[in-house]
Design a protein around this ligand. Sequence first.
Ligand SMILES: Nc1ncnc2c1ncn2[C@@H]1O[C@H](COP(=O)(O)OP(=O)(O)OP(=O)(O)O)[C@@H](O)[C@H]1O
Ligand SMILES: [Mg+2]
Length: 346
Amino acid sequence: MSGKIELRGLTKIFGPEPEMALKLARDGLTKHQLLDTMGHVLALKDIDLDIEAEYIHVVMGLSGSGKSTLIRLVNRLIEPTAGSVTIDGQDITKFTANELMEFRRQKIAMVFQRFALFPHKNVRDNVAYGLEVQGIEKKVRHTRAQEWIERVGLTGYEGRVPAELSGGMQQRVGLARALCAGAEILLMDEPFGALDPLIRCEMQDVLLALQAELQKTILFITHDLDEALRLGDRVAIMRDGNLLQDASPEDVVLRPADSHIAEFVQGINRGRALTVRAILSKGHIDPHIATSGPHIPAAMALEDAAALLAREGAATGLVVGPGDQVMGRLTLAEITQAMTRPAVPA
Ligand SMILES: Nc1ncnc2c1ncn2[C@@H]1O[C@H](COP(=O)(O)OP(=O)(O)OP(=O)(O)O)[C@@H](O)[C@H]1O
Ligand SMILES: [Mg+2]
């Protein structure tokens, strides 16, 4: 299946002689070897990735793994050393300066970790900035900005400047600004990374609620696994410029591609990260064996399902799909077992 954004062989090397370094990287030199021998940084190596329209695709990895490099290549803030970035069938690495400018104005918006708001513009003008750049008249700009200000919960703060707002509120402005310009694609580079845990969680809720309605194509970067699993329809995991796994959040947790990822997911709260659907084995999908018991929505988190069964005093529940059709059954024991963390093989 092709994606809305397709990355093919995407490679970025920082240093004065990237072509020569590229040859060595293709001969098999690692990031560390390349740094030692040539002082070049292999920030991204040969990435193939499809980002589907209307989903949140999270890119996760430790500091220095290449996440920001990847996102900067997607809106061509930097040029690739090799490979292509195709968006809606167009290779943006071939765009002329004018085409690139149009593309950035119309199609793509960015939300940054440090908000990057205009300090002297008030909330309304920050939110309306994208429309200003598009040459839209002031009255229309302000009406549209107002809609987004309301949507992100900032009504009453239109005239304030960023310094008068908390971090969470500033990022609401950042989000409203990105949405107000009408871009289909949002690039978010650790947008909630600078926020306190509680506010961060609140902003995740804001984003999920908006996304349920707007269905933007979102490339979301984080180094927080819980955030990745909570927000991502898909999660791509990177290390040292390589893509290690690109899968559903459930697969990352239940079927980690290597021991590094297994170690990473070891500590997460499975009860919250996994849904009932994820652990429903095929053998259970037999409507005849499942006739009674509380109904558990398939999309429910394991910990909520366990609580539901405990509350009802039931040992078995029926897992149901969106139309309340029975998909199978699960016992409380199966659910609690899936919530406990497995031992990591030595
Ligand atoms: N302009 C640059 N010049 C030289 N090296 C760079 C440059 N930008 C990034 N790098 C290097 O490329 C690698 C990937 O960096 P990148 O910023 O993409 O990582 P990241 O995953 O976003 O990390 P973080 O979580 O800290 O933001 C790192 O080794 C970094 O030092
Ligand atoms: Mg970064």
